[in-house]
Write a protein of this length. Structure first.
Length: 198
């Protein structure tokens, strides 16, 4: 039986109870902050005992790390794919397309990370996320390009992230908004790759 994440997308491939714990914990973390959420509150929201919760996770950080690892798997696969490809404009455009798809499933986690930056920096997921972003940066930019063009490429990644938050407040279909963000990111990389002057 599949569950639904906070943004309404389906998650598959994990045990239903574990998935429910992750979804409810992320909802509570987003509502009241990571520090102010207790395991007891997560258990109460799930209508299970703390012992049942402990069967799956001993700490809040274990829950958060498991969510991060599950939702990061497509990004890890993308990084491995990107590293094996030629450093071409087509590769960069495809990396951005695939990254857009991966981010669509990770919206609740990114929202949590944005709203709990201090906590994220203190937890292991902060350094893991930073490492992934540095790897994405290295795939998307050409270190021999002009500084302006390197900034354009890095800005394409920031555009993808910013779009997840800024566009939440705008009217419109989520798929159309993601498509618009992706189009801008691809434009930045294309402009950088062609060396077009600003």
């Amino acid at each position: 039986m599949g569950g639904t994440t906070m943004d309404g997308t389906k998650r598959q491939g994990r045990g239903d109870t574990r998935q429910r714990i992750q979804d409810v914990a992320l909802e509570l973390f987003a509502e009241q902050g990571y520090e102010k959420t207790s395991l007891r509150e997560i258990a109460e929201r799930l209508d299970v005992t703390k012992a049942a919760l402990y069967y799956h996770f001993r700490t809040k950080e274990e829950i958060l790390v498991s969510i991060f690892e599950d939702l990061s798997r497509p990004i890890d696969e993308l990084i491995e794919w990107g590293k094996a490809q030629p450093h071409s404009l087509e590769t960069k455009q495809e990396v951005l397309r695939r990254y857009s798809e991966a981010l669509a499933g990770a919206t609740p986690l990114f929202r949590f990370m944005q709203e709990n930056q201090a906590t994220v920096r203190e937890l292991s997921i902060g350094s893991q996320f930073k490492d992934r972003m540095l790897e994405m940066r290295d795939i998307i930019r050409d270190p021999d390009a002009s500084l302006t063009d390197q900034v354009r490429c890095i800005s394409a990644l920031f555009t993808m992230h910013a779009g997840m938050f800024v566009l939440q407040e705008m009217e419109g279909d989520p798929a159309d908004k993601r498509k618009a963000v992706l189009e801008v990111a691809i434009d930045l990389v294309t402009q950088a790759h062609s060396g077009t002057p600003s």
